[in-house]
Design a protein around this ligand. Structure first.
Ligand code: ADP
Length: 276
């Protein structure tokens, strides 16, 4: 049977743990046919690992989107888009594609913990992407920004934020408590408009986890493309990324990526679910 075609509209992380590299590796691990429309290239200074983001010209993004859409993606995922204009193009591309699966990873480039570098991007995601989203996958910080609730520190806060984000139009919401929530387990909260499901795994090392968020959203996208229900898609994505994190590795003195293939190659991790 032909593979499902999955398109990511995202940035390139030259260190290859996150961004479109994480997406493609994850799509491959899920037996889907991964495609990319690249919005920007992120490079790192070898001496300091300071990040430099170079956006691609918009007409080049448009040409990629035209090509990819002509191939007929079964699902589309967004990652780091970088500007309001690119966010708009991503939404238009989804509309034109005829695809019925749209996974929005609302990546916000942050300086420190609490400052959004470009608040206009958050507004654009709310206006352009959330009303069309099948599912949105914010981390704790991004969920605080999208919901307008600010800093979230508990499961109760996550439930409130999920309800607010659902009202903005996304059919399903998963908020990653993950590394940011103070807890002994790695908790994520799934909301379908009616019930809240708490997903958990053990918490593993967090020194080498670069790319965890992208990998989780990409796995969710591939699972949906392969016909899983949204609840199964996030549960299996969480198992996939938990193994990737547990087997993360030191790349250099600055960064360590997750091992995107660990779930298939090394070990499976169990995910627990309960209604809360
Ligand atoms: P982001 O990279 O977008 O900030 P997170 O790293 O918080 O996202 O979460 C990505 C996924 O990895 C979530 O499912 C989260 O629960 C999980 N996760 C994050 N840190 C850990 C950890 N130390 N152990 C196990 N799972 C984790």
């Amino acid at each position: 049977m032909a593979l499902k075609k999955v398109l990511t509209i995202a940035g390139s992380d030259t260190s290859a743990g996150a961004g479109m590299q994480a997406d493609l590796k994850t799509f491959q691990e899920h037996n889907t046919y991964g495609m990319v429309a690249l919005a920007a290239v992120v490079t790192m200074d070898p001496k300091t690992w300071a990040h430099d983001v170079t956006p691609l010209p918009l007409d080049l993004l448009d040409k990629q989107l035209n090509t990819a859409i002509s191939i007929g993606p079964d699902a589309i995922k967004t990652g780091m888009l970088g500007s309001e204009e690119v966010i708009k193009r991503a939404r238009q591309a989804y509309d034109e594609s005829g695809s019925e699966i749209f996974v929005v990873d609302p990546v916000m480039v942050c300086k420190g913990e609490d400052e959004v570098l470009n608040p206009g991007n958050t507004e654009a995601m709310i206006k352009e992407l959330l009303p069309k989203a099948t599912i949105v996958t914010p981390n704790l910080f991004e969920a605080g920004q999208l919901s307008g609730l600010g800093k979230l520190t508990s499961i109760e806060d996550m439930k409130k934020a999920a309800e607010k984000i659902h009202e903005l139009g996304s059919q399903y919401v998963i908020i990653k408590g993950g590394k940011a929530l103070e807890s002994d387990k790695a908790f994520d909260l799934f909301y379908d408009g009616k019930k809240h499901i708490l997903l958990s795994t053990d918490k593993f090392q967090s020194s080498y986890n670069h790319g965890a968020g992208c990998t989780f959203a990409a796995a969710t996208t591939a699972n949906l493309a392969n016909g899983e229900s949204p609840e199964d898609a996030v549960k299996h994505a969480k198992a996939f990324v938990a193994s990737a994190i547990k087997n993360g590795w030191r790349m250099n003195e600055f960064v360590g990526p997750v091992d995107h293939g660990a779930a298939n190659r090394i070990e499976k991790i169990e995910v627990y679910t309960e209604e809360v």
